[in-house]
Design a protein around this ligand. Structure first.
Ligand code: C5P
Length: 248
């Protein structure tokens, strides 16, 4: 039976990457995309302008995906997660290679703080192997497994630690789903609609393909933010998702 498509839920499946260098540029992107629901604040903007950017996104009534890929000792990561929860972020990333204890502490810190301070509980996402690393780079830093095996190993460990979502490349969606089941949330960048330029992304997929392969959320930056009319590009992606969801 065809899946029912709730328009708000479909909009929430696109995370727009706010890859800009300052507040003014962030505002321009936010102003240009009234329909987008979730914005990703990453290292560049956060380092430039700090947590005020989280408040900025929230002041537009939108949700924040805080992509700082935390990687430190358990106590330090737990502290950063608490701060992120206090800012009311909806999603945040940590490195799974920080180990099981670090991930467990992050999950616990999020639950405790959200409950104590009546804040929303964010979805904590594990980053496995950075897609910029080739198998030869992994060997250079002492990992003997190829990236595919390493991704699965780290994702399994993340699930054991209580992590509920993984960020991965579109090529990894199917093996991760097969190995870890339907409950795991899968978020993928590297998305290029058929009508957009690939730019520096190499192993790309269209929004429809990624959704059909089992992605829950798509991180999309330049194809939307640098389109001549960003809101139109966003709508085109939404249309594509609607047909992919209906036919799946
Ligand atoms: O502009 P574009 O759609 O390529 O932006 C994709 C976003 O996803 C960027 O913020 C980029 O840093 C992020 N990302 C990625 N590939 C990864 C992990 C994150 O493109 N493997």
């Amino acid at each position: 039976m065809a899946e029912m498509v709730n328009p708000e839920e479909v909009k929430r499946r696109i995370i727009v990457a706010l890859d800009v260098k300052n507040r003014d540029e962030a505002k321009k992107v936010l102003d240009s995309l009234p329909e987008a629901r979730i914005f990703k604040v990453g290292l560049e903007l956060f380092t430039a302008e700090g947590p005020a950017m989280l408040d900025l996104v929230k002041s537009y009534g939108r949700e924040v995906f805080l992509d700082l890929k935390l990687h430190d000792i358990p106590n330090t990561v737990a502290g950063a997660v608490k701060s992120a929860v206090r800012h009311g972020v909806s999603m945040l990333t940590i490195h799974t290679s920080g180990g099981k204890e670090m991930m467990k502490k992050a999950v616990e810190a999020a639950k405790e703080t959200a409950e104590k301070e009546s804040k929303p509980l964010p979805l904590i996402l594990g980053v496995t192997v950075l897609t910029s690393l080739k198998d030869s780079d992994l060997q250079e830093i002492g990992f003997s497994d190829d990236s595919k095996k390493q991704v699965l190993r780290l994702a399994r460990l993340a699930v054991e630690a209580g992590i509920e979502g993984i960020v991965c490349s579109p090529q990894e969606i199917e093996p991760l789903r097969a190995e870890l089941g339907q409950a795991l949330k899968i978020i993928t960048p590297g998305i290029r609609p058929a009508w957009a330029e690939a730019q520096d992304q190499k192993r790309i997929m269209t929004p429809a393909e990624a959704i059909q392969k089992g992605a829950d959320y798509l991180v999309i930056g330049r194809p939307i933010t640098q389109a001549p009319v960003p809101a139109e590009a966003f709508s085109k992606v939404i249309e594509e998702l609607n047909s992919a969801i209906k036919s799946s």
